[in-house]
Design a protein around this ligand. Structure first.
Ligand code: ADP
Length: 951
């Protein structure tokens, strides 16, 4: 029966179970195994004796060998002759009715099982040795009762002190006849045989008792209940054995050597291997009713199974935990290996810390001498910190980025400057026409640098209307000085952090613009162009203007401290060039530190030069057109400037020229395309007649004609025209190719509007002769200077109706200035014509066209007075006169700004005479002669002088 159950559970091994078995049955299992595997292995007989000595019921073992051995104890005794080491030839268990009683402390000995015990009593041990020598190796093994009121923990210790009667009284009545198989020192190995019951004590020391050999009660082998119970025991045992390989071995050996189990043996086996306590086991031992014994055993094995299940689940849980940890460990190891492989085999240096600091050190080494010591110290500290930080931490990234910036800056690296004045002059002239002030200033700067041996940083501010070349000259200056160029705009900038950088603790922190600049240019002496400094925003937190001051001020910027960088950097060698349209909005302290160079705008003559020598050339190259393919006449250019591009700058002029050249490019390409389509014979006919002609493209209407006439101004391949494939055709095509260079598109005043459309700019001058009440003033805007009219007219007249009405989007200053003008005009009229009640009785309307443009400023004061007086006196103002000047209530004329712009604007409007405040005489004298050409200027300091000039 058990054979089947052991074979089914061989596959299952549970380490945890083994451990427990060893603990629980330690006294039984390990020596048993030793015996099984060791000393007695050679003698299968021993096994047989071992497990089956007590076959008292004479039941039927199947193994013939076993049968032979097990048929009866007598036979066994007979067989044992062959193994003299164990039992003498004359051995008969039945003879043992008086035996030495051995106390067992932990468990009873079951028949067929093996047990080592320790005998501490020397007398007892000597008696046992003696009996073995006398070939009578049997004793009675009895379980020791626990002393009343003790927990049995010191039972073993007390046991050795028990002697004689005391010991006798403490023994359980039912025990086992035990064969002494060997004695090693004080260790005695017993094998259980049959059950015994003590009847009386024979002698005290050693304790010898008289015993009866007892047998199970007879039972019916075919009894169903018995069968069922025993099957249940077996099936439970099978479950238990599944998780206990140790007992499986036992069972295997047990069956191998004693053959089939009988019911009582099943019960004994189950009880012996169960973990039941000693009293329960003793109960099984004492039970002679087979059915009852089986039931008792069933209880024990069921309990055993329960324990084994719990044990299994505990083992499983622990195993899972261990395997989880193991997996994590394994994955970590794998990751490490992959990273290593990435580094060495793929050359990818992931976030390997050493590789990173190596990189930084590599960057650092060449410039180590030039780096200031305090910066070097910070870098070293950060490098050490980097090694200590966890690579995945955010702090690590912050440090890495910080180091990246620190090591990338050009500490003490300067580009070799150009101190050659002539060469610089040449470069500046190459890029820009005019702008003498700016160029002169730069040459001075170079000269100073040459004399000193080093150049210093400076702040230059270029102010002027858009498109006058402020930005582009900045670039050109950098080229002339051989400095790196960096440009950034501060228009609308309101965040101080843009200039000063964020503190490193913020996520996504960045250094300020200046540090970014140094990193990107790679030198510590670049030219930095700060665009639109007049449009600096107002910060909600911190003032960008103050930050700019800190950046620009030569007193401070030698130790400029960026919040992100946190170490001072030296900006004293940087040349700052700022651009602005107006100076008024530049913060005072900032303006104070700048050298302002005004670029007023260009007069027509200058624009002609710029257009001819710079813009046209540039555009032509940009459009891929050869100089010989186009001619823009002077008259066309003049018309373009006068009628289309009258503003101060040349950006619009540049756009118009680009427009012209784009159109020309398209025409040239179209002509080329037509040329391809021409038939060879057509070509023959045409090429001769048109080859040397200059074709005037007469606008879009005539383009078709022109297209036919101009044959091949394009990129066509001569061979591509070759349709017939004859050599003659190729010759023709070559001729055409030659003629290509002679074709020219001519842009003249007459066809200019074909290219740029109708003139968008009408003359500022609306009147040839200004009517009564209208006077021309001169204004200045951020776009440059312009002329404007001030008109007054009478609304109604009547006693006491005198009033002033203002329109034309005037600002507060201009409104006040109108009020002043009204008062002054009234006073003057009273002087000149005391009888005239005009102002007292007339409601006057004063308007400044164009009504859609907002205007402000005090400089129209004298113009308004003149206009009011002209109306009051009903006299038109002298022809071609324009004026500008602020007037006080006492009629004094105060200076105004933008003299050059206003002069240029006056010239544009064909004004012949200008009135300027006396205080502006110096400004005017400084103007270039070509600007002043053809203009008559009157400087005045009192309004009465203007009155004389105007009327
Ligand atoms: P701004 O910065 O003053 O608005 P830019 O520097 O952008 O003007 O100039 C606009 C264009 O006009 C540029 O292409 C520049 O080359 C051209 N330009 C301006 N002034 C001159 C000049 N004096 N000579 C040659 N080109 C000029």
């Amino acid at each position: 029966m058990l054979k089947a159950l052991t074979s089914t559970c061989c596959s299952h091994t549970s380490f945890g179970a083994n451990i427990r078995r060893h603990v629980t049955f330690g006294d039984l299992t390990s020596p048993l195994l030793r015996v099984l595997q060791g000393q007695n292995r050679k003698s299968p007989y021993v096994f047989r004796r071992f497990f089956c000595s007590d076959s008292t019921d004479g039941s039927e073992p199947v193994d013939p060998e076993v049968k032979r051995v097990e048929s009866s104890d007598d036979e066994a005794a007979a067989d044992s002759k062959s193994s003299s080491a164990i039992v003498s030839t004359a051995f008969r268990p039945e003879d043992y009715l008086t035996v030495i009683a051995l106390p067992l402390p932990h468990r009873p000995l079951f028949p067929g099982f093996y047990m080592p015990i320790y005998v501490k009593d020397p007398k007892l041990l000597a008696a046992l040795v003696e009996s073995r020598k006398r070939q009578a190796p049997y004793a009675g093994a009895f379980l020791l009762k626990e002393e009343e009121g003790t927990d049995g923990s010191d039972l073993e210790k007390n046991m050795y002190e028990l002697k004689g009667k005391d010991l006798f009284n403490r023994l359980h009545e039912v025990g086992t006849l035990a064969q002494i198989t060997s004695i090693q020192g004080d260790q005695v190995f017993l094998i259980g045989h049959r059950r015994l019951r003590i009847t009386e004590m024979v002698s005290e020391d050693p304790l010898t008792v008289k015993v009866d050999h007892i047998k199970e009660k007879p039972y019916d082998k075919d009894d169903d209940i018995l069968k069922a119970t025993s099957f249940e025991v077996i099936s439970t045992l099978r479950d238990v054995l599944k998780s206990s390989p140790l007992w499986r071995d036992h069972a295997q050996t047990y069956t191998q050597h004693i053959g089939d189990f009988t019911y009582p043996r099943v019960a004994d086996f189950g009880a012996a291997i169960s973990g039941g306590n000693k009293l329960q086991c003793q109960q099984v031992l004492e039970e002679l009713d087979v059915h009852k014994r089986l039931q008792l055993t069933l209880e024990l094995v069921k309990k055993e199974m329960e324990i084994s299940r719990i044990q299994e689940s505990i083992a499983k849980a622990i195993e899972e935990k261990i395997s989880g940890e193991q997996r994590r460990y394994l994955l970590n190891e794998q990751l490490k290996a992959i990273k290593k492989a990435c580094k060495f085999e793929l050359g990818l240096e992931t976030d390997d810390k050493t590789a990173l600091s190596d990189k930084f050190r590599e960057r650092l080494d060449p410039k180590k001498e030039k780096i200031p010591p305090h910066v070097l110290q910070v870098i070293e500290e950060e490098l050490t910190k980097l090694q200590l930080l966890e690579a995945s931490s955010s702090e690590f990234n912050v440090t890495r980025n910080y180091l990246d910036w620190l090591t990338a800056l050009p500490w003490g690296e300067y580009s070799d400057e150009n101190f050659n004045v002539n060469q610089a002059h040449k470069i500046l002239d190459e890029d820009h026409y005019g702008l003498t002030d700016v160029k002169e200033r730069i040459l001075e700067f170079i000269a100073v640098g040459k004399l000193r041996g080093t150049s210093q940083g400076k702040i230059i501010c270029l102010s002027g209307p858009p498109g006058v070349g402020k930005t582009s000259i900045g670039r050109s200056i950098a080229r002339a000085l051989n400095r790196k160029f960096y440009r950034f705009s501060v228009g609308g900038l309101s965040d101080v952090a843009e200039i000063k950088g964020h503190r490193r603790t913020y996520i996504g922190a960045m250094p300020g613009k200046m540090v970014q600049c140094l990193k990107s240019v790679g030198t510590a002496n670049p030219l930095v162009l700060i665009d639109e400094i007049d449009k600096l925003g107002r910060g909600h937190a911190g003032d960008p203007a103050s930050a700019m001051l800190e950046l620009l001020d030569p007193e401070q910027n030698a130790n400029f401290l960026d919040h992100y960088l946190d170490v001072p950097i030296d900006l004293s060698k940087v040349l700052f060039v700022c651009t602005a349209n107006v100076l008024e909005t530049i913060p005072g302290p900032l303006l104070d530190r700048m050298e302002v160079i005004s670029i007023a705008g260009y007069i027509t003559d200058e624009k002609m030069h710029i257009a001819r020598d710079y813009l046209e050339k540039m555009t032509r190259e940009a459009c891929g057109i050869k100089p010989e393919q186009v001619e823009v006449t002077d008259s066309a250019l003049l018309a373009l400037i006068e009628n289309y591009c009258r503003e101060a700058g040349v950006r619009n002029l540049q756009k118009q020229i680009e427009k012209i050249y784009r159109k020309i490019a398209l025409q040239l390409v179209r002509q080329g395309a037509v040329g391809v389509q021409l038939q060879p014979d057509e070509l023959k006919a045409k090429s001769g007649s048109v080859a040397n002609e200059t074709v005037i493209v007469e606008g879009s209407d005539n383009t078709a004609e022109a297209e036919i006439v101009v044959d091949s101004a394009s990129d066509q391949n001569p061979n591509s025209t070759d349709q017939s494939g004859t050599s003659e055709d190729t010759l023709e095509a070559d001729k055409i190719h030659e003629s290509e260079t002679l074709e020219k598109v001519l842009v003249d005043k007459s066809n200019l509007d074909d290219f740029v459309g109708k003139p968008v700019f009408h003359a500022e001058r609306i009147y040839d002769q200004t009517p009564v009440g209208v006077v021309m003033g001169l204004a200045w805007t951020s776009m440059g200077g312009s002329t404007l009219y001030i008109e007054t007219s009478q609304v109604e007249q009547g006693e006491g109706k005198g009033a002033l009405n203002l329109t034309g989007q005037l600002g507060d200053v201009m409104k006040e200035s109108a009020q002043i003008a009204y008062t002054v005009a009234r006073a003057i009229l009273l002087e000149k014509d005391p009888e005239n009640p005009f102002f007292a009785n007339t409601k006057i309307h004063l308007h400044v066209p164009a009504g859609a443009t907002p205007k402000d400023g005090p400089s129209a004061g004298c113009t308004m007075i003149t206009s009011l007086l002209s109306l009051a006196l009903n006299k038109p103002v002298a022809k071609d006169l324009a004026m500008t000047g602020e007037v006080t209530l006492t009629r004094r004329i105060l200076p105004i700004g933008g003299v050059k712009e206003k002069t240029i604007a006056a010239r544009r409007s064909d004004v012949k005479r200008i009135v300027f405040p006396e205080a502006n005489r110096r400004d005017y004298d400084e103007l270039a002669p070509n600007v002043k050409e053809g203009i008559e200027v009157h400087f005045v300091d009192d309004y009465s002088q203007i009155f004389e000039l105007a009327f």
